[in-house]
Design a protein around this ligand. Structure first.
Ligand code: AMP
Length: 207
């Protein structure tokens, strides 16, 4: 089973992906996480990507698509993949379909988590992430409730960058909702609920 998670930054894609990994045993492929790891390791890709990420802009498609191809070649991807934060525009969606055609795979569902812009801005400005295990929490978590690690604020969760990321989402990524509706794999989910309730809606769809 291969799933695409759609939704604005802060809609809850990462949180739901973690729950889905546990329940369905799929590989979690987050281009944001892969890019942040490259930035932290100081690789050539990381150096190229950092400026775009700090500004809330999309990293060039060619970089992200080669990152995805490499990730899909890893053994764990054969058990099925949850794409989180990819594709981000139509070109990436077409590239993914083409790669999947070559691999004999398909997207089984695109889950679009819907949330109002005001709620998103509030969530993102209060979001804190664990440096050690990647847990996504909030200012309410002084330390990571899962592993006790240090919680930090992502550089791109600052007010100006948040606004730009939302603009980029509306312009480049939101059109993918129609793209996947056209492919008859789209499911829309209300994201303005407790994560467990959102996850229940996902399980109702995926079984
Ligand atoms: P995310 O963790 O998904 O919010 O991504 C953080 C940042 O990484 C984004 O604001 C972009 O700069 C970059 N990024 C992540 N995924 C992609 C993608 N599929 N295409 C281009 N840039 C991406």
């Amino acid at each position: 089973m291969n799933i695409v998670l759609l939704g604005a930054p802060g809609a809850g894609k990462g949180t739901q992906a973690a729950l889905m990994v546990e329940k369905y045993g799929l590989a979690h492929v987050s281009t944001g996480d892969l890019l942040r790891a490259a930035v932290n390791e100081g690789t050539e890709l990381g150096l190229e990507a950092k400026g775009f990420m700090d500004a809330g802009e999309l990293v060039p498609d060619s970089l992200v698509i080669s990152l995805i191809k490499e990730r899909l070649a890893a053994p764990d991807a054969s058990k099925g993949v949850i794409f989180d934060g990819f594709p981000r525009n139509t070109l990436q969606a077409v590239a993914l379909s083409a790669e999947f055609d070559l691999m004999g795979e398909k997207i089984d569902a695109a889950l679009a988590i819907q949330l109002d812009a005001e709620v998103i801005v509030k969530r993102l400005s209060e979001r804190r992430c664990c440096r050690d295990c990647g847990y996504i929490g909030s200012t309410q978590d002084p330390v990571c409730p899962k592993c006790g690690g240090e919680m930090y604020q992502r550089d791109d969760d600052m007010p100006d960058t948040i606004r730009n990321r939302l603009d980029v989402y509306e312009k480049s990524t939101a059109p993918l909702i129609d793209y996947y509706r056209g492919a008859e794999v789209l499911y829309e989910i209300d994201g303005d609920k407790h994560p467990d309730e959102v996850f229940q809606s996902i399980q109702d769809i995926l079984g």
